[in-house]
Design a protein around this ligand. Sequence first.
Ligand SMILES: Nc1nc2c(ncn2[C@@H]2O[C@H](COP(=O)(O)OP(=O)(O)OP(=O)(O)O)[C@@H](O)[C@H]2O)c(=O)[nH]1
Ligand SMILES: [Mg+2]
Length: 231
Amino acid sequence: MKVTIVIPTLNEEGGIGPTLDAVDRKAFADAGWDLEFLVVDGNSKDRTRAIAESKGARVLTEPRRGYGRAYKEGFKAATGDILVTGDADGTYPFERAHEYVKLLLDEGLDFVNCDRYGKLEAGAMSTKHLFGNWVLSTTARLLFGIRVHDSQSGMWVIRRAALAGLDIESLGEGMAFSQEVKIEFWKSKGLKAKEVPASLRPRIGTPVLASWRDGIGNLKALYRMRLDRAW
Ligand SMILES: Nc1nc2c(ncn2[C@@H]2O[C@H](COP(=O)(O)OP(=O)(O)OP(=O)(O)O)[C@@H](O)[C@H]2O)c(=O)[nH]1
Ligand SMILES: [Mg+2]
């Protein structure tokens, strides 16, 4: 069994090292699971790629912009049976990645969403983002009838075989990819998805997120997806 840690990066020279180092390689080895680190880099202008390679990651350069585009390429290039995703900014609990993988295996799941609100550390999320995320998660729950508390979490565990039955390429190229991939897993027949309490730490490095543009874009994308889908 092999696990690929898939991480999108855009100018994350401060965060990529600690993010990759956080993964408990010994816990993976003890479980008998092989590990692959795959960084999908958007042509960073800093030392992100060099640092990722120095930590043993395979680095794919994807100059086309977008968080969703990076994951689409990452999902195609990953060779693991199970994928674990997350930002390269030190915010997600990669030190617990093996626990989430075990949960997916033990419970026969196809997707695990790591709920950042399980333990939101001081300064990890601004009031503006707290409000925006609440609006987006509530709208997703109402429009799709899914029981997802944190629709914008970027940490997921995915059974790669399940991706074959989904049209991942049709999902958003940008930040909306995050909510859309969850909705696909929750709504698609025969797939099992679950949310678990996780955590969020303050970011390492400068934020690049355009809050209002991305937030309103994600809200519109939810309505578009609702109109587009049969379920
Ligand atoms: N390859 C690639 N990666 C990207 C792109 N945009 C963002 N990323 C990466 O995707 C991850 C998520 O982006 P963030 O800027 O952390 O988004 P966020 O978590 O909503 O915002 P913060 O609260 O500032 O962390 C980070 O690791 C980014 O470096 C892109 O266009 N291409
Ligand atoms: Mg982030």
